[in-house]
Design a protein around this ligand. Structure first.
Ligand SMILES: [Fe+2]
Length: 215
């Protein structure tokens, strides 16, 4: 375990929160297939978006799902390497589609009992209804919140603690992944076009090798 006891002179970046965002290549054809699959699933289950525990989207042998599973696994490998994990990790992906229609949003939440969480975007509305609303709305965006409440309280311009939130305007083909403890909020869809995403959890298959060294 790193500690101040083996200190070296210099600056130390403490308590990082690593987030990854990437665009999966050649996503257009798989996205069409995923959209069809999600709409088929929705016909079977009208509460698809809120009843997220079943069915598990990734537990299917379907070409587009296999394509997305490979993209997610590849992203997990890169993420773990980036944060410095240099020993074998075993995980499973549990995923579910979300279909947001006009006005739909998702309250701030995190994903208990997962190690990492993420979202892949299948289709994002290109239009927006003309409504008399306040000007600072960010329809369809996703906002992530600093897991350290209040660190922005005394921040000054230019320091890294100023912004307690990070907001992204998603696009089709984009995959994001973050530690499962990060709270995030999905802003309302203000389009008559649907917004379809696939959320997932990376759940570790436990091994005692994951226990941190105590020293
Ligand atoms: Fe979520």
């Amino acid at each position: 375990m790193a500690s101040g006891r083996d200190w070296r002179e210099g600056f130390v970046e403490l308590w990082p929160t690593t987030f990854v965002q990437r665009r999966l290549a050649d996503c257009e054809a798989p996205n069409q297939e995923l959209l069809g699959l999600v709409r088929d699933m929705e016909r079977e289950n009208r509460d698809l978006t809120t009843d997220y525990r079943t069915p598990d989207l990734f537990n299917r042998d379907h070409p587009a799902v296999n394509w997305l599973r490979a993209g997610v696994n590849d992203t997990v490998v890169g993420y773990l390497r980036h944060i410095g994990i240099d020993y074998p990790i075993d995980w499973r992906i549990h995923g579910w589609p979300s279909v947001n229609r006009f006005g739909d949003y998702h309250d701030a939440h995190n994903h208990p009992r997962a190690y990492l969480s993420g979202t892949y975007y299948v289709t994002i509305p290109k239009s927006r209804e003309k409504l008399k609303t306040r000007g600072d709305l960010r329809p369809g965006c996703i906002t992530f919140y600093d897991p350290r409440p209040g660190v922005n309280m005394t921040a000054i311009k230019g320091d890294p603690y100023v912004n307690p939130e990070y907001t992204v305007t998603p696009e089709a083909g984009m995959l994001m992944m973050w530690p499962a403890f990060i709270n995030h909020f999905v802003h309302p869809n203000l389009s008559k076009q649907i917004r379809v995403s696939i959320s997932f959890n990376i759940v570790l298959k436990w091994s005692d090798d994951y226990l941190p060294d105590q020293g």
